[in-house]
Design a protein around this ligand. Structure first.
Ligand code: ARG
Length: 477
């Protein structure tokens, strides 16, 4: 018996087709087959598997390890599989590598068995996973840029729309909606930057490492690495087949992106509730209740928030898998892919959903502006004003505290203060101070770098737009 794929495969086991079995006299049980199967999740990277195989076959031909004709036959067959799509793959096999070889054998015959020369599934799967991550990161870059573009446009549009700014979830100082939205732009900028670093870190090629220790065939690892778009081959075959740290980085990145999307979602949930009433979500992104006809629920925001838990757990899952593994391929690492595929899908869907929710959001600008009044959020302006007249800030803080207590006693707000009431509460405060307690003025005066004042927010948006228009994700400077 020969364990070469193709001719002998059908004879190996009555059950699942395998890429091994020559030395086996007994067949595996159905449970063993099922427990070991990864074909369903593997289908996420069926295309990457074909692309990796095409590069390998081309290199085998160029190096004279197989003939040029055999190489061409294999490549044409692989391209045919790519064209016809995954529906033609047999799913009663262990993994996608087997499925593609089985299909190749159906298309080109026994020459299919030569594809696996100087290769193992260990370097093959590591290559597929790196290619998959590479392609997914390109999509993530694009989605991040798009969401940032929306935030920039809305930041510009609402740059002077007043809203309360919060600390401790209590009204703190007036800001604008544009200023608020722009803060999210920067967190996405950091994620894009991180994703680019990861893209580079992971962009090295394991192909040709074979099972763990390379091969005696005269392969050209530089050729396959460069055809596949990698920077270079990974220098150690043993490291190349063992390393999964770049996947932990990927899961960590996904977790970080989800954390920020979850925080944005939390704002959407709060702001769209009647208590805040800052935001009406469009029907297209909300759901109703089966019992309460009036309900419009922010389910998508809640699900992003909810699924963030699983995205974070995915990192722990793989880290826990990896921590006990010695060098060399261990089957445990098959468990790297379900969390990876899951986290990548979640991140992509969640960025898209966030885009949809914000794009169609109906911001209740009047309501937001009205809620800034009467909340004492210009108390800091009053203290700043007194400090600017030479009173030490600590003392100014005391005086304003006294005025706040006075207002509470009179049941009035800061904006209601008159010259008389002010003189009564704090005679040491000049009447000019009254000019700083309107929220519009409060925002307008805060022009320090990074503040919401009209010039400062213009500058921030211009800075952000420059970075956004540039290719890739530069850091903030
Ligand atoms: N499904 C396997 C994985 O994801 C493919 C590699 C199998 N290698 C092996 N030596 N059994 O890791």
């Amino acid at each position: 018996m020969c364990n070469e794929i193709g001719e002998t495969l059908d004879n190996i086991t009555p059950g699942m087709k395998k890429q091994w079995g020559g030395a086996f006299t007994e067949t595996t049980s159905e449970l063993v087959d099922r427990f070991g199967q990864s074909i369903e999740t593997d289908l996420n990277f069926w295309q990457e598997d074909i692309i990796g195989s095409v590069a390998h076959a081309r290199m085998l031909g160029a190096q004279g390890i197989i003939t040029e004709e055999e190489s061409k036959l294999i490549i044409d067959g692989l391209e045919k599989i790519h064209e016809e799509g995954p529906e033609f793959l047999h799913l009663d096999v262990e993994d996608v590598h087997t499925a593609i070889e089985v299909r190749l054998h159906e298309i080109i015959g026994p020459t299919a068995g030569k594809l696996h020369t100087a290769r193992s599934r260990n370097d093959q799967v590591a290559t597929d996973t790196r290619l998959y991550l590479h392609n997914e990161l390109l999509v993530v870059f694009d989605l991040i840029k798009k969401l940032q573009g929306l935030l920039l446009d809305q930041g510009e549009m609402y740059k002077s729309a007043l809203m309360p700014g919060y600390t401790h979830q209590q009204r703190a100082q007036p800001i604008t909606l544009g200023f608020h939205l722009m803060a999210h732009f920067w967190s996405l900028q950091r994620h894009g930057w991180r994703a680019e670093r990861l893209f580079e870190l992971a962009n090295y090629c394991p192909l040709g490492s074979a099972a763990l220790a390379g091969t005696s065939f005269p392969i050209d690892r530089h050729a396959t690495a460069s055809e596949l778009g990698f920077i270079a081959p990974i220098p150690s075959a043993l490291d190349a087949t063992s390393d999964r740290s770049y996947l932990l980085d990927a899961l960590h990145l996904c977790g970080l992106i989800m954390i920020d999307l979850s925080r944005m979602s939390q704002e959407i949930v709060l702001f769209s509730g009647r208590e805040f009433g800052f935001l009406k979500l469009s029907d297209s992104v909300t759901t109703g209740s089966s019992i309460m006809p009036q309900k419009r629920n922010p389910d998508m925001a809640e699900l992003i928030r909810g699924r963030t838990g699983r995205a974070l757990a995915n990192w722990t899952t793989l880290a826990t898998t990896m921590k006990g593994l010695p060098l060399g391929y261990n089957r445990d690492t098959q468990e790297d892919k379900p969390p990876l595929f899951d986290s990548m899908r979640k991140v992509k869907d969640s960025i898209k959903l966030m885009h949809l929710m914000l794009e169609s959001a109906d911001w209740q600008l009047d309501r937001m502006a009205a809620s800034v009044r009467g909340d004492f959020s210009t108390a800091t302006d009053l203290a700043d004003y007194l400090a600017s007249t030479g009173i030490p800030f600590r003392q100014a803080h005391e005086i304003v505290g006294k005025i706040v207590v006075g207002c509470n006693r009179l049941n009035c707000t800061l904006e209601d203060l008159t010259e008389e009431t002010l003189a009564e509460m704090a005679p040491e405060v000049p009447v000019e101070a009254l000019s700083v307690i309107q929220p519009e003025g409060s925002v307008k005066r805060r022009e320090s770098l990074g503040a919401p004042g009209p010039k400062a927010i213009e500058a921030q948006i211009a800075h952000a737009r420059r970075l956004w228009e540039a290719e890739g994700f530069h850091t903030i400077a």
